[in-house]
Design a protein around this ligand. Structure first.
Ligand code: SF4
Length: 436
C-alpha cells in the first residue's frame, strides 16, 4: 500500500492523457531482463508491483505496424527493446527511409566513433523521403560530414586537457563533468564528443574508471556539483546508475547531482516509474534534456517529462543551434513554448561546436543573437534560454546577449528595450554622488 502511494502522482491531468494503454509489469522481471554487472553492489527494491501507462502516439503505432508488424505495443514501449533494436546500418535504414546518394556515401565511408544509431521510436518521426527534414538531418549522416573546415578540431573544447583522470573534466572550480559512458541510444551528427561517443571501447563505463573518477571527486572538496554525462547516462542500467549515484551521494561535499540526457527525446520509454522511483532517492538531482526541434515534442516525450517532473526533478533543456534545423525565431519559439508546457525550463542554447565536418550545421553567431532578440520581451522570460559559446580551447561557456545597453549620457545608462525604444536609467553611481 505504501509503495502504491509513491506512484499516485502517475495520475495524469484530465483530458491530456486519456485513452492510455495499461501495462503492468513486475520489477523483478525487469531486473532479470536488464543487462547487469554482477560485481556491482546493488540495492534492489523487490516485490513491488509497479503499474504504469505509456501512451503510444498514432504516428508511432502506424509506423510500428508497418515496419515492425510482429512487435507488440508492450515490446515497443520497452526501452530495452528499443535500445537493442536501434537502426545501425545502411541496410536497416534503407528499409525505412529512401536514402539519397550523399547519405549512402556517408554511411559507406564511415569509420571510427560517432556511428549511426537511431531508435525505432525516433525513426518513426523521420520523413521517409525528405532528406532536408530537420529531425532526419540530425541523425542520418551525409557526405558533408567528410568536408573539413578551418578551425575545426576533434576536441574543440579541450576537454581532454582539463581531464585529471579518465572520465572527469574539471574546468570550473566547484563542479565536474563526469563522463560515465560513451554510449548513446541515438547519435547526433553534430555531437561535441564525436571523437569518443560510440567508440565501442566502453572504457568510460568500466568499473575501474568510475572508481578512479569517484576517488578524484572525493579528494577534491571544492567540488560541490557533479554532472553525469557521456554519452548518455540513461543508457546505463538502473542498477549501474543506482550504484554510481549512491557512491556520489556518500561524498559529504557534493551538494547537487545532475544528469544530462537525450533519453526523453530519442528514447522516452527509458523514463520508467522504476527509474524515477530509484532516482528520487538522490535528490537534489537536476536533469538536463537535450532537445532541438518542436517536432521532437511528441506525446511520448511529454509523458516522459511528466514522469520526471512529477518525481520532483527540476528539468532544463539544452539546445544546439543548427543551420536549417532550428535557426529561426519561429521554430525556437515553438520549441521553447512546447518545453515549458512539459515543465522543462529552456536552459542553454549552444552555438554549435566546431567538430570536424560540422560546417553544414553551424550558423553565424548573429543568427543566435537574432533569435534571442526575437524571444526576449516578446514572450515569457522563462521561455528564453541563455545563448552561449563554449569557447574553443577550454574557455568554458561564454554567454552572448544582443546589445541592450547602448551607452551612457553622463551618469545615466541608455537602454534599448525589446521594441527598440530607448530609455534612460539613472545609474545608482550618480544618485550616490548627488546625495553626498
Ligand atoms: S546524445 Fe549527446 S553525447 Fe550522445 S551523440 Fe547526441 S550530443 Fe553526443
Amino acid at each position: 500500500m505504501k509503495n502504491e502511494a509513491l506512484f499516485t502522482e502517475e495520475v495524469e491531468p484530465p483530458g491530456i492523457y486519456s485513452g492510455l494503454v495499461q501495462i503492468d509489469f513486475n520489477v523483478e522481471d525487469l531486473f532479470s531482463s536488464h543487462h547487469t554487472l554482477l560485481s556491482y553492489p546493488v540495492a534492489r527494491t523487490t516485490g513491488v508491483h509497479y503499474s504504469f501507462r505509456f501512451k503510444e502516439s498514432q504516428k508511432s503505432r502506424t509506423f510500428r505496424k508497418r515496419f515492425y508488424p510482429h512487435i507488440t505495443s508492450s515490446e515497443w514501449n520497452d526501452w530495452t527493446w528499443q535500445f537493442r533494436n536501434r537502426i545501425r546500418d545502411i541496410e536497416s535504414l534503407a528499409q525505412i527511409l529512401w536514402l539519397a546518394e550523399s547519405e549512402r556515401q556517408a554511411m559507406d565511408h564511415h569509420s571510427g566513433s560517432l556511428p549511426v544509431a537511431i531508435t525505432p521510436y525516433y525513426a518513426s518521426l523521420l520523413d521517409e523521403y525528405d532528406t532536408s527534414q530537420p529531425l532526419r538531418r540530425m541523425v542520418v549522416p551525409t557526405s558533408d560530414e567528410h568536408h573539413y573546415s578551418e578551425g575545426e578540431a576533434r576536441d574543440p573544447l579541450s576537454e581532454d586537457h582539463d581531464s585529471p583522470v579518465p572520465g572527469i573534466v574539471h574546468r570550473y572550480p566547484d563542479r565536474v563533468l563526469f563522463l560515465v559512458t560513451d554510449t548513446c541510444s541515438s547519435y547526433c551528427r553534430y555531437c561535441t564528443r564525436s571523437r569518443m561517443v560510440g567508440s565501442n571501447t566502453h572504457s568510460l563505463s568500466h568499473f575501474n574508471t568510475w572508481e578512479k573518477a569517484i576517488e578524484y571527486i572525493e579528494a577534491t572538496p571544492l567540488v560541490r556539483d557533479v554532472l553525469l554525462s557521456g554519452g548518455d547516462p540513461l543508457t546505463l542500467s538502473d542498477d549501474k546508475l543506482e550504484w554510481l549515484l549512491s557512491r556520489l551521494r556518500r561524498i559529504p561535499h557534493i551538494d547537487i547531482l545532475r544528469i544530462g540526457t537525450k533519453a526523453p527525446t530519442v528514447l522516452p520509454h527509458r523514463i520508467t516509474p522504476k527509474l524515477t522511483y530509484m532516482l528520487k532517492r538522490f535528490h537534489p538531482l537536476w536533469i538536463s534534456v537535450h532537445v532541438n526541434h518542436p517536432d521532437e515534442l511528441t506525446t511520448e516525450m511529454s509523458h516522459a517529462c511528466m514522469r520526471l517532473a512529477n518525481a520532483g526533478f527540476p528539468l532544463g533543456s539544452q539546445t544546439v543551434l543548427l543551420r536549417e534545423i532550428n535557426d529561426n525565431v519561429d521554430t525556437m519559439r515553438q520549441l521553447m513554448h512546447g518545453l515549458l508546457k512539459m515543465r522543462v525550463k529552456p536552459y542553454y542554447l549552444y552555438q554549435c561546436d566546431p567538430i570536424p565536418g560540422s560546417s553544414h550545421f553551424r550558423t553565424p553567431v548573429q543568427t543566435g543573437l537574432d533569435i534571442i532578440e526575437g524571444l526576449r520581451g516578446h514572450t515569457t522570460g522563462y521561455a528564453v534560454p541563455t545563448y552561449v559559446i563554449d569557447a574553443p580551447g577550454g574557455g568554458g561557456k561564454i554567454p552572448l546577449l544582443p546589445e541592450y545597453v547602448i551607452g551612457r549620457d553622463g551618469d545615466d545608462l541608455m537602454l534599448r528595450n525589446y521594441q527598440g525604444n530607448v530609455y534612460r536609467y539613472p545609474d545608482c553611481g550618480s544618485i550616490q554622488e548627488n546625495v553626498t
